[in-house]
Design a protein around this ligand. Structure first.
Ligand code: ARG
Length: 461
């Protein structure tokens, strides 16, 4: 019999050294130790409740697991690769500490439902942590938005100047993305918190287990409906990775804005020293490396999602060892996403916007052309015609190297005799923004309403 393996009863030889390295997961699934211990404590309490363990045995198990948790957290626990995974490492140490009672813990349980439970608790925990971090990033954006409700900049479509907008409106757009992300994560969390414990290997068990008691003890939302589904379902992890991917997509878009705005040709924003890096050869450089890396790391998180979706697509029922590949990239995603959200919040809080540069940019690209068209509509010109007249005014102004507001009244009247002095007011970008108070618009009242709603969401006064 193999000396080392817990499952070694039917084997005459231990696995080859290479196979041990190839099959182990403890090098990364040790990250799930707290969930494994919590799950085992709940399982032991339930086993005592149905009379399979004595109260004394259950107590010994609880105390043994508590001291293992302390060993792990103090860095005193010896993780052993030959014990394969976090579950076997903890169970084997428990038996070392408390003897035979430790060997009874696994009654009515399989690593298949055990790992599914641990991973669900872990994913749920991370979904909750990500929401907190996303809320803080949203708060950082809100703080900047509140400082910049009177700062205007060119709003673009196709990356071409389109219409003037308030900087606050631009920044709040990202806040709404993050709010949806939080809602999505909260929804995914509901399904992650379904307990699979009691499914055993795949078919349920002959012991009169009480899965609902375990679920209640762990604060979960309910229990599995089908044992085969319970041990092989990783939908919850795929959902969480999709949530993470979309957060990264949103952060990456904001990174792109920051990178473009920090280019001196724009000069709209200065990234603080703490979030910039220099060049080893060009002394003048201030590179927005944090934003670039975040944009780059987005691909890595998408990779984790693609990897899991590919992993599960061809699996026959039920548990297959392939599923062990579900955790490593999730753990990597957790690290990437958590650091990215934290770095984004820090970087945003330290951005310095240059309102003067933005104001100057409003004079390039005929951002007030729509205002002229709308002005003509107010004089009774049908919109299509107003659009055409304005196009011709823009062509005239461009040919004379002027902006619309620089044309004389006579020049404008050559385009349409309906134009009078009032047109210059309409062409002012501040007026253009101030007039856009339709719901969700960039006008000050509409933006203020957004800020009130965001403050309420964030629980701020
Ligand atoms: N390390 C394994 C995993 O992550 C635990 C479950 C192993 N179960 C088994 N029957 N080999 O999937």
């Amino acid at each position: 019999m193999s000396k080392q393996q817990t499952w070694g009863g039917r084997f005459s030889e231990g696995p080859a050294a290479l196979v041990r390295v190839y099959t182990e997961s403890v090098s990364y699934d040790r990250a799930l130790y707290a969930q494994d211990i919590a799950g085992s404590k709940a399982h032991a309490a339930m086993l005592a409740g149905i009379g399979i363990l004595t109260e004394k045995e259950a107590l010994a198990i609880r105390e043994g697991l508590d001291s293992i948790q302390r060993e792990i957290e103090n860095g005193d626990f010896v993780w052993r690769e030959e014990l394969e995974d976090v579950h076997m490492n903890i169970e084997s140490r428990l038996t070392e500490l408390i003897g035979d009672a430790g060997k009874k813990l696994h009654t009515g349980r399989s690593r298949n439902d055990q790992v599914a439970l641990d991973f669900r608790l872990f994913v749920s925990d991370r979904l909750r942590a990500w929401q907190e971090l996303a809320r803080d990033t949203a708060a950082a954006l809100l703080e900047q938005a509140e400082k910049h409700s009177a700062t205007l900049l060119p709003g673009c479509t196709h990356m071409q100047p389109a219409q003037p907008v308030a900087l606050s409106q631009h920044l709040l757009a990202y806040v709404w993305m993050l709010k949806r992300d939080c809602e999505r994560m909260a929804d995914a969390d509901k399904r992650a918190r379904i307990s699979p414990l009691g499914a055993a290997a795949l078919a349920g068990t002959t012991y009169p287990l009480n899965p609902a008691a375990v679920a209640a003890e762990l604060g979960m939302n309910g229990i599995f409906a089908n044992s085969m589904d319970a041990v092989s379902d990783r939908d919850f992890a795929a959902e969480a990775l999709f949530c993470a991917s979309l957060v990264m997509a949103h952060l990456s878009r904001l990174c792109e804005d920051i990178i473009i705005w920090a280019n001196p040709a724009f000069g709209f924003v200065r990234v603080s020293d703490a979030y910039s890096t220099g060049s080893s050869i060009m002394p003048q450089k201030r590179n927005p490396d944090v934003a670039e890396l975040m944009r780059g790391k987005t691909g890595r998180v998408y990779g984790a999602l693609t990897s899991l979706l590919t992993l599960i697509k061809g699996l026959p029922m039920t548990y297959n060892r392939d599923l062990q590949e579900d955790k490593e990239r999730f753990i990597d995603t957790d690290r990437t996403l958590s650091l990215s959200l934290e770095a984004m919040a820090g970087m945003v809080r330290e951005l310095t916007f240059d309102a003067g540069r933005m104001q100057a940019a409003l004079r390039k690209g005929f951002l007030n052309a729509t205002e002229l068209a709308d002005y003509l509509v107010s004089k009774g010109v049908p919109f299509r015609e107003a659009h055409h007249i304005t196009g011709s005014a823009v062509a005239y102004a461009e040919a004379h190297d002027k902006n619309l507001e620089d044309l004389t009244l006579q020049e404008l009247q050559q385009q349409s005799p309906l134009i009078d002095e009032q047109v210059y007011k309409a062409l002012d970008p501040a007026v253009a923004v101030a007039r856009r108070n339709t719901p969700g618009g960039t006008g000050p009242d509409a933006v203020k309403a957004q800020m009130v709603a965001v403050r309420e969401w964030l629980g701020m006064k």
